[in-house]
Design a protein around this ligand. Structure first.
Ligand SMILES: Cc1cc2nc3c(=O)[nH]c(=O)nc-3n(C[C@H](O)[C@H](O)[C@H](O)COP(=O)(O)OP(=O)(O)OC[C@H]3O[C@@H](n4cnc5c(N)ncnc54)[C@H](O)[C@@H]3O)c2cc1C
Length: 285
């Protein structure tokens, strides 16, 4: 089923993002966690797409399995990295032939150590170019990425939203945001997006911070600002993992509740292939 068809009957959607497990042990773990998450009846699930050849094949195999064996509505992520028009055609024909109807189309990140993304010859420079190509040649439901605190490469939020409008005009049916911890960024973003004529659903991307180590990792890896009071609270309990976990979960439950009560069209949960936090948060909501 297309996600846009789901939207007709679900005012708010609840979705989970997975990445393809790296080895047999994590695959077993993954299976157990998907089993637990399925009990929450998600609206749909998505599978990320890595830069390497073998991880790409695992994305396609996993969406195939989750949709055709487990019976979940799935979204396959796909990027412009190494994507010549010939490769895109071959890959998307394969995805379509597996019965997958939904794609999340992205540009992808520059390789480690490089600042700028370089498209391959006969490839695509921006997600919007890939979206336009797919929209013209296929019948997929297409999602795109949005950044409530602006994409790190954009000069300003205004410029990023202007580029986002191009992405929606190119054929994106709905948007999912990069993770964020402070809802005021999401509400400001929605207001600006609507002013720019972006009228599709913009689903907030959510992740709980459940340990001090995660704070350190997010600070290094992501441009999402962590609220000071959450940082201080978790840091004060960094030697008590269970307490840090509880603080993080409580924060995320309140964050989700506020989003849903103030018009967010659902929640997209970055699971990191785990289930405990998602189950606790969704049961509580
Ligand atoms: C929900 C979500 C899922 C993701 N899943 C994956 C995944 O599975 N695999 C993966 O590798 N990465 C994934 N990413 C990360 C993503 O690939 C990176 O954030 C990447 O840096 C940007 O991708 P994009 O599709 O947003 O790019 P774009 O929309 O192309 O934007 C990239 C930059 O270019 C600018 N820009 C866009 N169009 C123009 C234009 N016409 N002219 C000038 N500037 C322009 C934008 O403002 C932005 O700064 C995901 C991100 C999100 C939010």
């Amino acid at each position: 089923m297309k996600i846009t068809d789901l939207f007709l009957s679900q005012e708010k959607t609840f979705s989970f993002e997975f990445f393809p497990p790296k080895d047999e042990i994590s695959a077993v773990d993954f299976g157990i966690n998907v089993g637990r998450l399925m009990r929450l009846s998600p609206s749909f699930v998505t599978v990320t797409y890595g830069a390497g050849g073998s991880t790409q094949a695992r994305t396609f195999a996993l969406v195939d399995y989750l949709q055709n064996t487990i019976g979940l509505t799935t979204v396959a992520h796909y990027t412009c990295v190494n994507a010549t028009r010939d490769k895109v055609k071959k890959d998307l024909d394969e995805i379509r032939d597996k019965g997958i109807e939904n794609l999340m189309l992205l540009r992808g990140d520059p390789p480690k150590g490089e600042e700028r993304f370089k498209p391959v010859e006969n490839g695509f420079k921006y997600a919007s170019e890939l979206i336009s190509y797919v929209d013209e040649n296929y019948n997929f439901c297409i999602a795109g990425a949005a950044y409530v605190e602006k994409h790190p490469e954009a000069e300003s939020l205004e410029e990023d939203i202007t580029n986002l409008k191009t992405k929606v005009n190119a054929g994106a049916d709905y948007l999912v945001t990069q993770l964020f911890f402070n809802n005021s960024y999401y509400f400001r973003f929605i207001e600006l997006a609507r002013k720019h004529g972006i009228n599709c659903r913009i689903i907030p991307g959510i992740i709980p911070i459940t340990s001090y180590r995660q704070i350190e990792r997010f600070t290094l890896m992501s441009s999402a600002k962590i609220p000071e009071e959450l940082k201080v609270d978790i840091e004060a309990n960094k030697n008590d993992p269970e307490k840090s976990y509880e603080i993080g979960i409580k924060y995320t439950i309140n964050q989700c509740r506020e989003l849903l009560e103030n018009g967010a069209p659902g929640l997209h949960f970055y699971t990191l292939n785990k289930s405990r936090a998602a189950v606790e948060i969704f049961e509580s909501l």
